[in-house]
Write a protein that binds this ligand. Structure first.
Ligand code: FAD
Length: 408
């Protein structure tokens, strides 16, 4: 087996890994290599998401999500403009359909203001219908900043920048072992190659906890996969949705509730729900992995989570298997919607870190270990935030890895 060399190995060719690799290569001039298991980039969360450029409305002020979403938003929009990547800052509405949602709607409006969002407007039923004529709500928020984009296209563009900066992306390269005992980490991949790298950045998404363990680091969390299933609106009914229509989210969960999203490539999606998945890369209702299910069953945090949220979880399973139940949730927002207006769409799987006490980690988590940085929780809005997360990682690496930056 031949051994090749890199200054920094980044594991994971989703948008976070590629953006981090690009930022590291541009800021240090060092040789950065991305190792991606699949035959192409963005095959998991990045290529299976809603394609929404989030504004930063939802997140606790001061949290990593709030800071990175706002900065990431600005960087992403500027990047798309500069590179001519299709995007549309079309705005969205968040719709309260019941009086008991108004407190949560107030909290969202306050968070938006605290996070410095301009132009977020509290609106009544009539103004809601001026923006989205088919919506039924008692009150809502209009968020002008929200937009849509294709995150796979952004990832590919970032990868081209990385190559131009002297970096490399290796697809079809699944990391199987990491020897961190030696000077210069030795990373073996399933294609029989071996890479010796001075430093490692783990951006492996649904597998990030396992990559941390392979590297001898206790991640302190476990990834529990939550599948998000979509329906698509049939073309003859696209007119029901102008742009993006969201419900008021349940503040106990990091998921936003099923919503309508106009896609940048055309079409309208409805979803995603959030169903416990028994396979980390399981895109179908019947997907099952003995290894993944056994790992969940062996984790006390999983059982504590199940104890706390079993009722909500059961509801999500019901909506997953019953189209009328899924449509029912959407009809609260859009009463004119009929079951036959929706056809099954794709699905994505969220990598949600769960703590040993059963809580779902709300904020991003990026941890340092000797010679390594591990991204251990990067759920939504990490695609929107990716360029800012990349800056954060590059700054962290400069100090932690004692790197000379290109400017120094
Ligand atoms: C249903 C859904 C909807 C979402 N909607 C939005 C949205 O609208 N807006 C938004 O901002 N965010 C959204 N998100 C979140 C967003 O997609 C993710 O936060 C983001 O894509 C995370 O990127 P990542 O690079 O960390 O992970 P990923 O894209 O999952 O990439 C991780 C990569 O690591 C690779 N990998 C894993 N193990 C190995 C190994 N052993 N060796 C080599 N490579 C490995 C995988 O193949 C994968 O390509 C959504 C997510 C989902 C699931």
């Amino acid at each position: 087996m031949s051994t090749e060399h890199a200054d920094i190995a980044v594991i994971g060719g989703g948008i976070v890994g590629v953006a981090a690799a690009r930022a590291l290569a541009l800021s240090t001039g060092l040789r950065v290599v991305v190792l991606e298991a699949e035959s192409a980039l963005a095959r998991h969360q990045t290529g299976h998401n809603s394609g929404v450029i989030h504004s930063g409305l939802y997140y606790r002020p001061g949290s990593l999500k709030a800071r990175n979403c706002l900065r990431g938003y600005a960087l992403l929009v500027a990047y798309c403009r500069e590179r001519g990547l299709p995007h549309d800052l079309c705005g969205k509405v968040v719709v309260a359909t019941r009086a008991d949602e108004l407190t949560a709607l107030n909290t969202l409006a306050e968070r938006g203001a605290a996070n410095g969002l301009d132009g977020v407007r509290r609106i009544g039923a009539e103004a809601l219908r001026e923006i989205e004529p088919e919506v039924a709500g008692i009150q809502g928020l209009f968020v002008p900043q929200t937009g849509i984009v294709n995150f796979t296209a952004v990832t590919e563009s970032l990868a081209a920048d990385l190559s131009a900066a002297g970096g490399e992306v290796r697809t079809g390269t699944r990391v199987v072992t990491i020897d961190a005992r030696v000077e210069g980490l030795v990373i073996d991949t399933a294609d029989g190659r071996s890479l010796r790298a001075a430093h490692l950045v783990n951006c492996a998404g649904l597998q990030c906890d396992r990559i941390a363990r392979l590297a001898g680091v206790d991640p302190g969390i476990q990834i529990i996969p939550f599948r998000g299933e979509y329906y698509e609106l049939v073309p003859g009914r696209h007119h029901l949705v102008r742009n993006l229509i969201y419900p008021v989210p349940d503040p106990r969960f990091p998921f936003l509730g099923v919503h309508f999203t106009r896609m940048i490539g055309g079409g309208v999606e409805a979803g995603p729900n959030a169903v416990l998945a028994f396979r980390r890369e399981g895109y179908h209702r019947t997907s099952f992995s003995v290894r993944d299910a056994a790992a969940m069953a062996a984790y006390s945090g999983f059982w504590r989570m199940a104890g706390k949220y079993w009722k909500t979880g059961a509801g999500e399973f019901h909506r997953s298997f019953s189209k009328p139940a899924f449509v029912g949730a959407l009809q609260r927002l859009l009463p004119a919607l009929r079951e036959e207006d929706l056809v099954p769409g794709g699905a994505g799987v969220r990598a949600q870190a769960v703590a040993p006490d059963g809580s779902l980690l709300d904020d991003f988590r990026i941890e340092k270990a000797p010679r390594m940085i591990h991204v251990l929780n990067a759920p939504s809005p990490a695609a929107t935030s990716s360029l800012s997360i990349a800056e954060t990682i590059a700054t962290m690496a400069a100090g932690h890895f004692e790197l000379r930056t290109a400017a120094s």
